[in-house]
Design a protein around this ligand. Sequence first.
Ligand SMILES: [Zn+2]
Length: 89
Amino acid sequence: MIRLTAENTARAIERCKQVKPKVQFVKERIFLVSSSDKTNFYQVQFNVINGERFGQCQCRASQKAIVCFHIIAGATVNIYRQSLKRQTV
Ligand SMILES: [Zn+2]
């Protein structure tokens, strides 16, 4: 998994704003995110280890340890879901 930092996510956040991919919830911390041409979906998953956030995607960029916009799109929804949960507890 790739450790997500402010530095390595900056470019992917910009890309994500341009592409506006679709995100589907699969199960806790696992999402499907559409490719830039919306013809394909990549599975993205997240983990938190010692307070640090990690993400992994099935696309080629992610295999080279590059944070892709799929991870950002999934992370955005993941954070939103976690914040909803906190409000209801
Ligand atoms: Zn990806």
